[in-house]
Design a protein around this ligand. Structure first.
Ligand SMILES: N=CN[C@@H](CCC(=O)O)C(=O)O
Ligand SMILES: [Zn+2]
Length: 426
């Protein structure tokens, strides 16, 4: 049987549109989101938003039409699916013992120097097969989906040599074909200096071995990275090496989306301005000059409040960034150090720890996070022509997604017009 339309979400208490006709929001605009009270959305058979309007108007306009599925959203708020702007979801090995060390006072760098941290995960990931990594990734994506995430940025970075880095990118490429969570992948061969190498040798390996293989596999359709990332940090990749790696990636058509100014001030914003980077993550130690350059470029600040929370670090200056007009996005930073798969929790942390208001946090976790990975023409807001990715909340006020800590009442998640999660309890 064929239907005129794939889905109708009817009588929603609130349709949280977020914004209209804007690729991203900055400054005061971030506090001013658009909401339609008592609305209905129509989704076409390609899983694209076809129409949005008041329930009364839609009832009359679509009278007599057939729908494959109808969800009654009376008493519920409908939000865009969340976009997680920064994740490291492909890894093996459990670092719960490091959590105990950190609770006992060890710093991130102390854990790393003791052979833990990224080095620990690299050893385990190198020893895992592609299938094992795939099997570990899928349930993590399932958990993200249940928390309302429908699109993620996802990095390699636990190989630090060609074979494992490409293995991780293949895992992401293949998972993206099967799983409802959409994936934009990022090559992060410059995540740490491999044991036994210098920073110079590691940089040369990336430029002369890893990137040529990445190009070959991408051209062959076996991997699909859109971005290149480097951990710009003291004792990891410093300014000049980071610049060389990012420039080499840019020549291959990759977007620059890197880790910077996390534990020390490394002139990240300045480098982003020089190279035209799309995004920098972390930025706990960013300078005033760096933020001004990011506002002008513009370069997205992908803020990761889980890092400050887990490592008891100072937070990035989110308020100042917003004041200066830096486009701010959010990410979970899901990795074995910050084991968080939930964007509602990230938004809550952004409000409480970084002093963002709830509207700003939602913008940062939807339209701005989508724009940080060049996806805001299709994702991140409820607009005609965009993918029908929704979070339906069993609450008439959308703010409960942030306010209700730990397990906000998400009743359904919809991806491209298909129901991909429903919660029997709400
Ligand atoms: N800071 C660098 N990279 C990750 C942590 C990776 C790890 O500890 O495994 C981050 O973004 O927090
Ligand atoms: Zn990271």
């Amino acid at each position: 049987m064929t239907f005129d339309y794939k889905l109708k979400l009817e009588n929603a208490s609130q349709l949280v549109i977020v914004s209209k006709n804007k690729p991203f929001l900055v400054g005061k605009e971030m506090s001013d989101i658009e909401i339609l009270e008592n609305g209905t959305i129509i989704i076409n058979n390609d899983g694209i938003i076809h129409d949005i309007g008041s329930s009364k108007e839609m009832e009359e306009k679509y009278n007599g039409k057939t729908f494959e599925n109808i969800i009654d959203c009376n008493g519920r708020a409908v939000l865009p699916g969340f976009v997680d702007g920064h994740t490291h979801p492909v890894f093996s090995g459990d670092r719960v013992h490091e959590f105990a060390m950190k609770l006992a006072g060890a710093t991130y760098l102390e854990v790393q120097k003791a052979g833990g941290g990224i080095t620990f995960t690299v050893n385990h990931t190198r020893n895992s097969t592609e299938q094992e990594l795939y099997d570990l990734l899928i349930p993590r994506l399932d958990r993200m989906l249940k928390s309302g995430t429908t699109l993620i940025e996802a990095k390699s970075g636990y190989g630090l040599e060609t074979e494992t880095e490409m293995k991780m990118l293949k895992v992401l490429h293949n998972a993206a074909k099967k799983h409802p969570v959409e994936i934009v992948s990022t090559y992060l061969g410059g995540h740490s200096i491999p044991k036994g190498s210098t920073a110079h040798e590691a940089t040369q390996d990336i430029i002369n071995k890893q990137l040529p293989e990445l190009k070959r596999l991408k051209d062959a359709g076996e991997i699909s990275p859109s971005n290149i990332d480097v951990f710009l940090e003291k004792g990891f990749f410093e300014y000049e090496d980071t610049k060389k790696i990012l420039e080499a990636g840019k020549q291959l058509g990759l977007e620059l989306n890197f880790h910077g100014d996390e534990l020390s001030y490394m002139k990240s914003g300045e480098l982003a301005g020089e190279l035209g980077a799309r995004a920098i993550s972390h930025l706990e130690k960013v300078s005033e000059e760096g933020m001004k350059t990011m506002a002008a470029t513009p370069t997205f600040a992908v803020l990761l409040p889980t890092t400050a929370y887990i490592l008891r670090l100072e937070c990035p200056p989110a308020r100042r960034m917003i004041e200066l007009g830096v486009p701010v996005a959010l990410g979970s930073d899901f990795n074995p150090n910050a084991h968080c798969l939930s964007m509602p929790f990230v938004m809550n942390l952004a409000c409480v720890l970084m002093k963002m208001n709830m509207n700003e946090a939602l913008v940062a976790a939807t339209i701005n996070a989508a724009a940080s990975i060049n996806k805001s023409s299709t994702h991140g807001s409820l607009e005609v022509g965009k993918f029908a990715d929704f979070v339906i909340l069993n609450s008439s006020k959308w703010e409960h997604i942030i306010y209700e800590l730990v397990d906000p009442p998400i009743s359904h998640v919809v991806k491209k017009g298909s129901l991909v999660f429903s919660n029997k309890d709400c």
